[in-house]
Design a protein. Structure first.
Length: 281
């Protein structure tokens, strides 16, 4: 394995029988279709376990799918058979949606060998690779969760970054949501963006076939968005999911000081004590 956070469908097919490999089907329905069903019960990569982002989270928070406490996460991973020392490959039903969030979560909780399947399940199926509806036999494993606090930004840290400029803030939402010219898909949220924030819609990081863009293209996109890869970056989005796609791209480019705003726009746009910028047409 390399330090690159993506693996190809061919790599996964070649290593599917490896005893130290764990495969995770990440799941979260799109905010625009909250009742959408997962395809996991009917078809998944052989041996894959099901990680529901809306279930493995902080149930005591009013905000959606916030990171759980380390001991809660350890318990959830043990029940999925995810343990210390494994090589973990995460994919999702859409290609790139919730898989990077689960990748980020595992890394933030201390897992070291975690990768995202490039192109996800759509590419896997398009190549006629094996799928199954069989439930894997799970052997519970010990997962030592060690929360990297520096990888997670909260509201007070975001306010500080905006006031001091100590970190670049990069928003993964669409350009019209960022500008405030389109309504938020979640009710009750103001439109616009945080002061000083830059915008790079996560969809721009993907090729037409759903795979991730190459190094040169990614570098050009982040540069065009105004990001200095040598300086700290905090990513944000609607609810802390697609922000992880930007974090994934930054990791590919070798950026080091990265954080993700877990509350994202659900928190910032849902409060009356946060400053918001709009760019009304």
């Amino acid at each position: 394995m390399t330090d690159h956070p993506l693996v190809s469908t061919q790599w996964l097919a070649d290593h599917l029988q490896s005893p130290d490999l764990a495969v995770i089907n990440a799941w979260m329905p799109p905010v625009t279709h909250p009742d959408a069903p997962s395809v996991y019960p009917h078809a998944h990569v052989p041996g894959a376990v099901f990680f529901d982002v809306n279930e493995i989270c902080d149930k005591n928070s009013d905000l959606p799918h916030m990171l759980p406490a380390p001991h809660v996460f350890s318990s959830a991973m043990r029940k999925l058979g995810i343990g210390d020392g494994q090589t973990i490959v995460v994919y999702d039903d859409f290609g790139f949606y919730s898989a990077p969030r689960v990748w980020w979560t595992l890394r933030t909780m201390g897992a070291e060998r975690v990768f995202v399947l490039d192109g996800g399940f759509p590419k896997w199926r398009a190549e006629n690779r094996p799928v199954t509806d069989d439930q894997p036999r799970i052997v519970q494993s010990h997962f030592s969760a060690r929360l990297n606090h520096g990888a997670v930004a909260d509201l007070s840290q975001m306010k500080k970054s905006i006031q001091t400029g100590d970190r670049q803030v990069l928003d993964a939402r669409s350009s019209d949501r960022f500008a405030g010219t389109a309504p938020e898909p979640r009710a009750g949220l103001r439109s616009g963006h945080m002061p000083t924030a830059f915008n790079l819609p996560f969809t721009q990081l993907l090729n037409e076939d759903g795979t991730f863009r190459g190094h040169e293209d990614l570098e050009a996109l982040y540069k065009a968005a105004g990001i200095d890869l040598q300086k700290p970056v905090t990513t944000t989005c609607g609810s802390g999911v697609t922000a992880a796609i930007l974090t994934l791209g930054l990791t590919i480019l070798g950026a080091r000081d990265l954080a993700l705003y877990d509350g994202s726009w659900v928190e910032w746009g849902g409060r009356d004590d946060t400053d918001i910028v709009t760019e009304k047409a």
